[in-house]
Design a binder for this molecule. Sequence first.
Ligand code: MLT
Length: 295
Amino acid sequence: MFEVKTIDRFDLTDFAGDIFKESNTDTPDAILVRSSHVNNELISKRLLVIARAGTGVNTINLNACTANGTAVFNTPGVNANAVKELIIQNLFRCVRPLEGAVEMMENLKAAEGETLQEAAEAKRGDFVGEELYGKTIGILGLGTIGQRLADSCYHMGMQVIGFNRSRKNLRHVQQFETIDEVLSLADFVVVLLPLTDETKGMLSTKSFETMRDNAYLLNFGRGDIVDNAAVISALDHNEIAGYISDFPKAELQDHPNITLLPHLGGNTIEALTHSANTILQNLLDFLEYGTVRRS
Ligand code: MLT
């Protein structure tokens, strides 16, 4: 039997975040964590396992876990649909000025003798958009999310190109040998890579020079894969059109061509429920049988 220690924030939307940092618990036997960093101090001899509800394990010191004999597992794929749909929502946001049009409608007053529809249609020229159909999306990182995104974009009539070091022969994607080839051809570059020593700061000055001037960069991988100073400079010099990141950083907050999201990728009822069920089942399996049977 295990005693479970939690703090108030132990709920579906941020379960197990910072539990042990904020409580005065003794060293735990198992940690179940979502996005919070796991303190190195907690990786003690007693710690059997860290269960990460989500895909990325960059918040956990894997070398320390290996040295300590602590198992680490995650729930890859549970957020895939949620992240894919949020990316598609943001692709549309790049090409159709819907938010501005809705805001205009909220404030619009028809003139005397004019209907609201007449007044609105007189303004619609301010909100001409473009279509995704025929445009090129470049996907960096073709795991479960990347493949599902490729499928959806292909079916919307987009050209889908991508880079992935290990996975080949994916559906609906023209794969390139180098990231630069993808950067040079894409109208939208979507980052879905994990954060590793190799990918940290990978998209920097030269990458933005390689990208098309009218291209958008969408980061749903990890914030530190993009060099923030370089992306700000690229936007200021019109080397790219915009940057959307699901990983907010203060230095990016005030730029007019940067959109920050509060790490919303996996934030749907379906993904949170799937993630919670999977990680709890896996953790129980691990504690009872010493193996993880479901992913
Ligand atoms: C993931 O790695 O799957 C996500 O970042 C999980 C989260 O939303 O915290």
